[in-house]
Design a protein around this ligand. Structure first.
Ligand code: TXA
Ligand code: MG
Length: 324
């Protein structure tokens, strides 16, 4: 078995594995990451192979402390220090100008680099034991649902990973907020638990959001239209449309509700999530995986509310339900 409960001993073992060019999946507060030594291009190439990820999709480098950012980035703006002081460790990745010696294998050919200090004891202990930067995308196959439990990683990536450090179910459940500080104005590239207004309150300046995140020229996997997707056809609908679609008793339908009271029936599997953005985000990926594993004809997702607290969830849902 490749899943190890995180203990001081297994964490040391995992750090050695990384030093030897191995792949270690580990818990973070957002989703599980698939880690390799960010200063070892051969090890980093194994990440792309295991995920089947195109090589031009840059990775986030995880660090134990903001103090190490200067080893990876240069011309770091004052805004990055402000945010670091206020938030880190946190579900927030900052895009900065990379140092010339940082391999473009890690940055997918970009001259910028994404850096983050994760807020999870397992990730932080691993980073401290390892000492350097750990390049880690979400530990799922390219375009699939991110893993929020160790078993998800084992199911999806199996033996292509050397070790999985189990730190329990992820508390946040959706990926980090990504803020680009490498250009003229701070630009939000991915919605996450840390909202635009929370960032603006600290920076005291407006944060730019590209009108359609898909239209920017930056190669960001999280910006692609189909992403985080179950293999089963998935559609979002409001509660009225949901009631209509559920009249079709011939199709095997899975339903992920957000507040509506719908009971299970033959050919109908219902998973209920509450109208609470924190709990919803925590459970979303695991529940989509559960429904996906049932080999249904269709997954119907009841549309959650709008509003900033739901931005990350609605963004992931719009990508998971591309076919609607
Ligand atoms: O919460 C998270 O951020 C998780 C955990 C494991 O830390 N990681 C994660 O990594 O979501 P990944 O690779 O699945 O998503 C990282 C996103 C990708 O969309 C990538 O394109 C973008 O960050 N990214 C990384 N470096 C970038 C750069 N230099 N410029 C623009 N986008 C970048
Ligand atoms: Mg990902």
């Amino acid at each position: 078995m490749i899943i190890f409960t995180a203990t001081p001993e297994t964490i040391r073992h995992a750090a050695d594995c990384l030093k030897n060019g191995g792949l270690v999946a580990f818990a973070t507060e957002t989703v599980y990451g698939l880690g390799a030594d960010a200063s070892n291009p051969e090890a980093v190439k194994r990440i792309f192979a295991a995920k089947n990820r195109p090589e031009n999709h840059p990775l986030i480098v995880h660090l134990a402390s903001f103090k190490q950012f200067e080893h990876w980035a240069q011309d770091i703006p004052e805004s990055a220090f402000k945010l670091a002081e206020h938030f880190f460790p946190a579900p927030l990745a900052l895009i900065l100008k990379k140092r010339p010696e940082v391999s473009e294998i890690v940055t997918g050919g970009q001259h910028t680099i994404a850096l983050r200090v994760p807020n999870h004891p397992v990730a932080l202990e691993l980073l401290h034991a390892f000492g350097g930067g750990i390049a880690a995308p979400s530990a799922n196959r390219f375009c699939r649902i991110s893993p929020t439990q160790a078993q998800h990683v084992a199911d999806e990536l199996g033996e292509s990973v050397d070790m999985i450090l189990d730190g329990g179910a992820c508390q946040i459940g959706v990926e980090s907020t990504i803020l680009d500080l490498s250009g003229d104005k701070p630009t939000l590239l991915r919605f996450g638990q840390i909202t635009r207004s929370a960032l603006e309150a600290v920076l005291k300046t407006e944060i730019f959001i590209p009108e359609s995140l898909e239209q920017t020229t930056v190669k960001t996997a999280g910006m692609m239209a189909i992403h985080y997707a179950p293999t089963t056809l998935a559609m979002r609908c409001d509660s009225d449309l949901l009631a209509v679609l559920l009249k079709d008793e011939n199709q095997k339908i899975g339903v992920l509700t957000c507040g509506s009271d719908i009971s299970s029936a033959p050919n109908r599997t219902v998973i209920s999530l509450p109208v609470n953005p924190v709990i919803y985000a925590q459970n979303l990926y695991a529940k989509l995986r559960e429904l996906d594993a049932l080999h249904l004809d269709l997954i119907l997702v009841e549309q959650p509310p709008q509003g900033e607290a739901w931005h990350a969830v609605n963004d992931r849902l719009s990508k998971a339900t591309h076919h609607d």
